[in-house]
Design a protein around this ligand. Structure first.
Ligand code: AHR
Length: 528
């Protein structure tokens, strides 16, 4: 694969029968390999634990460094389209098939005023980006973000400024985006060439408001609660159908937020950044596992502090409360290593080990599908990103490929699985094999995502499917690289370290060898 061409291309080629990378083969077991270790997975196809929200495959983009300007947008570049969007980047973002895009921040939300970013571009004020440095021409604002979301097929998710912005300003943003009458901001949107409302459903009330170093003013959870109610009221009065994402943080903060805001909190947010704290690659997985613990703790708090059905709000609110149970919005997740470059070190080179970490994160989101309602990878282009650009080209980092493959292949309902395997060295008994299992809506296909997180050892995994019969014809989609340290970089734009294969396996109960540091997504048809 060439890193400048998106991974799902491989998947699409495969689906159209043209895949050059398909290796049609063979049951996967194997001659004797000294470093192969045994493992087993029993999937209980009849034990559906939860629907997996398609929104867990979201992305995030912020007015930060080269994320937008020089990332998705570069007017005047021979690589750009009539909107100024980089076509090479757009193609890669489209191929990621993200269903959800969060914008405009991030921390920049605290200084962002949406009215700066509408109307004729030549009239828009240039503002200093006080949070991340540099200047914001405001040439990418609400309408451009909506165009981009439409071009990539994603639902927009907007965060509003609760620090230097007002509830009225946030409410008017909802009006600009969603109103279809003759009111001032609906008319203004039409005047700007957008007759139809954008119908933005997802609205975040602030961002990391508990962060005391940031330019926020709401570091006390009680202050956040008071202001969030006011913002929510003015925004929901504009459009009662919008869904609100409340800012979460530690257990102390979350307790207050959940107790006080749960009648109108569709989601509580979590930001999960993992890293590699020491030289052992496996320390990254300890960090991911710590993030999974935060999901579990927040899930337990939601269960303890919020009723699944809060009942109706008093009619004097003039809008309905939340409908379903409170969900977690992991509206920033990814890897943030100290070694980055660019603004605040946010331009990161991701290795194949990080790609294995992506798969572990997504497996965790699927395992906790009963409570994880959405997740947006932070971010999309250049900053903490799967796609990197310079003026001549763009490339896909190693992490791009599992993001794309999971979106392409995962099922929509999580099913229970029992896993036995050894542990990863240099961790506290972390399983070497990370697993998530799912079926599609019709219950016709079982998808098993297996991540062998060992740097050096293959795993021979004995697979058992309980609760249904299989066709016995399995397909294995594997992603791997020569080493966990391998990376795709702009310095070697034509080199792609990621290898994608599909393999056929004919067996009711295969023993499947997952090579070292490999992601294997196995699929089999289920008999009705
Ligand atoms: O994604 C980069 C930054 O990380 C975001 O702006 C902020 O919300 C988080 O701390």
């Amino acid at each position: 694969m060439n890193p400048s061409s998106p991974a799902p291309l491989a998947i699409r080629l495969m689906k159209s029968g043209l895949a050059l990378l398909i290796v049609s083969a063979l049951p996967s077991s194997h001659g004797e390999t000294p470093n192969a270790k045994p493992a087993s997975v029993t999937v209980h196809v009849d034990q559906v634990t939860a629907e997996i929200s398609p929104l867990i495959y979201g992305q995030f983009i912020e007015h930060l460094g080269r994320a937008i300007y020089g990332g998705i947008y570069e007017p005047g570049s021979p690589l750009s389209d009539k909107h100024g969007f980089r076509k090479d980047v757009l193609e890669k973002v489209q191929a990621l098939r993200t269903p959800l895009m969060r914008y405009p921040g991030g921390t920049v939300t605290k200084i962002y005023h949406w009215k700066d970013g509408i109307g004729p571009k030549e009239n828009r004020p240039v503002r200093r980006n006080l949070i991340w440095g540099g200047e914001d021409t405001n040439h990418v604002g609400t309408d451009e973000f909506m165009t981009y979301s439409q071009l990539i097929g994603a639902a927009p998710f907007i965060t509003v400024n609760m620090s230097t912005g007002t509830a009225e300003e946030a409410s008017e943003w909802v009006e600009y985006c969603n109103a279809d009458g003759n009111s001032y901001f609906a008319a203004l949107r039409r005047k700007h060439g957008h007759p139809e409302p954008y119908r933005v459903k997802y609205w975040g009330l602030g961002n990391e408001e508990a962060a005391k170093e940031d330019a926020g003013v709401l570091q006390n959870p009680a202050d956040y609660v008071q202001k969030a109610w006011f913002f929510a009221k003015l925004m929901k009065l504009q459009d009662p159908s919008i869904e609100l994402i409340m800012v979460g943080d530690d257990e102390h903060w979350n307790k207050t937020i959940l107790e006080s805001l749960h009648p109108i909190a569709d989601y509580i947010s979590l930001h999960l950044y993992a890293s590699t704290p020491n030289a052992a690659p496996s320390s990254l997985f300890t960090s991911v596992a710590n993030m999974e613990e935060r999901i579990k703790k927040t899930a337990a708090q939601i269960k303890a502090l919020t009723p699944a059905d809060p009942g109706p709000l008093s009619r004097w609110y003039r809008f309905p409360g939340r409908k379903g149970p409170v969900k977690i919005a992991i509206d920033e997740w990814g890897f943030w290593e100290p070694s980055g470059t660019g603004a605040y070190g946010l331009e990161q080179t991701y290795t194949w080990n990080h790609a294995l970490g992506v798969a572990s994160f997504l497996n965790a989101f699927q395992r906790h599908a009963d409570v994880v309602g959405m997740a947006t990878w932070a971010q999309t282009v250049n900053m903490l990103a799967p796609i990197m650009t310079d003026e001549q080209r763009s490339i896909c980092q190693a992490i791009y490929y599992p993001l794309a493959l999971y979106r392409e292949l995962s099922g929509t309902r999580h099913v229970a699985a029992d896993v036995t395997c050894g542990t990863l060295p240099d961790t506290e008994q972390l399983p070497v094999l990370d697993v998530a299992s799912s079926i599609d809506d019709a219950g016709r296909t079982l998808t098993l995502a297996l991540v062998n997180r060992s740097e050096t050892e293959h795993l021979d995994v004995a697979l058992t499917v309980a609760g249904a019969k299989t066709s016995g014809a399995w397909t294995a989609h594997t992603l791997t690289a020569p080493s966990v340290r391998a990376a795709n970089t702009l310095q070697e734009p034509d080199k792609n370290v990621v290898e994608y294969r599909t393999t056929s396996i004919a067996s009711d109960t295969p023993s499947y060898r997952v090579p070292a540091h490999t992601i294997a997504i196995l699929q089999v048809a289920l008999a009705k």
